[in-house]
Design a protein around this ligand. Structure first.
Ligand code: FE2
Length: 400
């Protein structure tokens, strides 16, 4: 498995992994030259050059478990019972989810432009938009999660805020947070990056690696966010705190204040999980999206560093090994798209089979892998839709 570690913990013999498609490669303090570390001298040089973190391949002695098997074991090991879900059929709720999502997106565009012109945040409209998200998430969280994976990278700036709100709300419902807390969590999600309006566009939209100076400027956006929200006057303190803490990390290596887990509020930590998951699984101008199951494996590798171990495990359990919207290859050779995850039986989601083994479209067939005691087909692996040039959107939108 792959883990992010401090360069202080780097040792000769460790293999550095580039993570070429991940969202950190443009950061100035991440060492990304791949290969095996050969000497203490090399480590000394890396530290001297100012790098702080590095991704390494991390082998567990005697273990032959794949990342997916490890996730499966972790999830199945948990004794807590997953809450009931999916009251409404996916295809019915998808339309409602789209409406709530589009309303929130429209509001976010307006709000960003308002804030740039020095106007106050429209708290009432934000609450209303989040209520729509909470309602659709309660009826069928998979429709919302799926929708969050369909946003285009050119509208990322706006869509990301809605995605973070949606993912955080789905996770909050999974944790059975009361409605008033869900509302605050969702609002914090929608507002979490508002501080970026105070950072120059040329830095926010830069495609290449940021200079240390530019990165220092980006690191101020949670503080700028707090100031913008405080100016609005009537925003609950827990929302403001979550916005300011969404880049703090479990081990105190985050920003802007370097707070450790125990010094942060739970909302900020939930936002941070949703924020990283959405960033990893989204197309950006400088990187392609990572498959949802790979993103969860990477996030698991960041436990005890970026994330609290039990919280990231719960997050993985909530989204499932095959989150809705994933393309999967079956042992029959056919390809299908995951419509609904199954928290009780994570390897057995509901899927829509869409292509045969030669990638020819076939009449879509809905299969609930958990419907029978011994499923006739099983999932072999996640597949990359862009590799097969498949647009999943029509398959997710149509009921059949
Ligand atoms: Fe942020």
């Amino acid at each position: 498995m792959i883990r992010k570690i401090s360069v202080q913990d780097l040792k000769p013999g460790m293999e550095v992994v580039r993570m070429s498609s991940d969202m950190w490669t443009h950061l100035p303090y991440l060492y990304t030259k791949p290969g095996v570390i050969e000497s203490e001298m090399q480590i000394h040089r890396i530290r001297q050059e100012g790098y702080l973190d590095v991704f390494v391949r991390y082998e567990i002695p005697g273990s032959t478990e794949s990342e997916e098997e490890r996730l499966e074991r972790l999830i199945l090991d948990r004794t807590s019972k997953a809450p009931a879900k999916n009251n409404a059929p996916f295809h019915e709720e998808f339309r409602n989810a789209r409406k709530a999502y589009d309303e929130a997106l429209h509001l976010t565009r307006r709000m960003v432009s308002d804030v740039k012109m020095g106007r106050q945040v429209d708290v009432e409209a934000t609450g209303h938009a989040v209520e729509g998200i909470i309602e659709t998430a309660a009826r069928n969280p998979d429709a919302l999660i799926c929708l969050s994976k369909l946003s285009r990278y050119d509208s990322y700036t706006y869509a990301h805020s809605i995605n973070v709100a949606a993912i955080a709300v789905v996770f909050g419902e999974y944790l059975e947070l009361p409605k008033d807390e869900l509302l605050m969590l969702g609002m914090a999600g929608m507002l979490h990056d508002l501080g970026k309006t105070a950072v120059p566009d040329r830095i926010i939209n830069k495609k290449g690696r940021l200079t240390p100076r530019e990165f220092e400027e980006v690191k101020k956006h949670p503080t700028y966010g707090r100031k913008i929200l405080e100016k609005s006057g009537n925003i609950p303190q827990r929302i403001i705190q979550a916005v300011e803490e969404h880049h703090e990390k479990f081990n105190g290596s985050g920003y802007p204040s370097g707070l450790r887990k125990d010094d942060t509020g739970v909302f900020g930590r939930l936002l941070s999980l949703a924020d990283v998951y959405d960033a990893l699984t989204s197309d950006r101008s400088y990187k392609n999206a990572i498959l949802p199951n790979k993103a969860l494996a990477i996030m698991y590798g960041m436990r005890d560093q970026d994330f609290c171990s039990s919280e990231v495990q719960m997050f993985i359990k909530c989204l499932g090994i095959f989150p809705s919207g994933s393309l999967v290859r079956l042992d029959s050779g056919n390809l299908g798209v995951v419509l609904e995850s199954n928290p009780q039986r994570p390897l057995l989601p509901k899927i829509k089979v869409i292509l045969d083994e030669d990638l020819r479209p076939i009449p879509a067939q809905l299969v609930d892998l958990a419907a029978t005691e011994t499923p006739t087909v099983s999932i072999v692996e996640c597949a990359d839709p862009s590799q097969y040039r498949i647009n999943l959107k029509p398959y997710l939108q149509s009921p059949r």
